[in-house]
Design a protein around this ligand. Sequence first.
Ligand SMILES: Nc1nc2c(ncn2[C@@H]2O[C@H](COP(=O)(O)OP(=O)(O)OP(=O)(O)O)[C@@H](O)[C@H]2O)c(=O)[nH]1
Ligand SMILES: [Mg+2]
Length: 426
Amino acid sequence: MDKNINEIQKERAILVGVNSQKNSTSADAEASLAELERLADTAGAQSVAVVLQNLPAIKTATYVGEGKVEEIKQACEHLDADVVIFDDELTGSQVRNLEQLIGVKILDRTTLILDIFAARAQTKEGKIQVELAQLRYRLPRLSGMGASLSRLGGGIGTRGPGETKLESDRRHIRKRIGYLESELQKIKKHRNLLRSRREKEGIPVCALVGYTNAGKSSLLNALTGADVLAEDRLFATLDPTIRNITLTDMRDVLLVDTVGFIRKLPHHLIQAFKSTLEEAVLADVLLYVVDAASEEIEQQIQVVSDILKQLGAGNKPVIMVYNKIDLKKDDMRLPPAEIAGAGVEVSAHTGQGLDQLIKVMEEMIPGKKRKVAVCIPYHAGHIVSQLYQEADILEERHTEEGTKMQIMADGVVFGKIREYIVESGE
Ligand SMILES: Nc1nc2c(ncn2[C@@H]2O[C@H](COP(=O)(O)OP(=O)(O)OP(=O)(O)O)[C@@H](O)[C@H]2O)c(=O)[nH]1
Ligand SMILES: [Mg+2]
């Protein structure tokens, strides 16, 4: 697949971002643009210039202001650029207007990400999911686009479903979307079957989730001795890989590697990849992998947490895994625990902290019940009813501080009530 990217001669790209200051700071806009540069590089383009415009509101017709359009046009001529990539989603008419005014191919961040996914997808399911996302994104942007794209040539943004298909009418595309959806449904049935077999066998599942390039695949390899592709590239992993790991108490656990997240992850992509991402939603415990050496650590945690919430996995028991601790500078602070929850510092490269991680996993993963004493303050009464459903209650007393209980429960329950545990037994 990567060969596909390398074979194409590097396109010269100008990157354009806007800082609208509505819900982002200029540091955010700059970090997002730096990421766009990495995405462009991953897609096989060479960035020759980066333009950031401060703009109170996006222009409906051309996204950036008139003067900026002229500036970009001149930069394209001077720098011999083949493509201009905008750091946000553009509407169909914005693309058309900009192409007419500037005279080179116009792409947006979403198209770029979809393009990378198209080049990376390996399995049948992955390929269908990407094509679905691409078609759904292109459908409302279709009219007139075929003509301008064929005038401006192929390359990035035109991979995946062929242009001839896109030039044909919308009905054709809708039919194709319908067909892909039904194929995906079949694969999903098969996946559900496998999952229910796994559940019957009672093997707990841990999913590795996190920002792209955080080191999820490297951790999977370090923990299981597997040989999953880990690369210093965005979106190295698209299809979920599952490996077995045996804990020191001899319990088997399945570890699932998943696709990485990124800010402004296209909505259509999340929708299309829902069944793949369900591996994370349905896992018993999430290993939430964070690149501890990244300067963007807090923003990345924010993005990942938001996407997990969107997927319905916001309340899963989580182990924060601060990876790449070997690269962390001494003066760099990890986010305070109240934002992110307790965490383990590890390095997939040196192996540092992996023993500790396995210990925490043993504690959190369901299957091993332990007796603990808890004290639930009266304002958290819902926790008591929750415990009645999810744990065995051995004893219950009402005291001044709250309801004191002796319970037998497993790691999943502990994950939810950690703050109320007063005494932990074996
Ligand atoms: N120094 C150092 N580098 C690491 C560590 N873990 C991973 N890396 C590097 O970080 C890069 C990304 O690692 P991957 O394991 O591919 O990351 P990922 O989270 O699976 O990324 P995607 O699949 O793209 O979402 C690779 O170049 C790894 O070699 C670590 O503990 N220390
Ligand atoms: Mg990976």
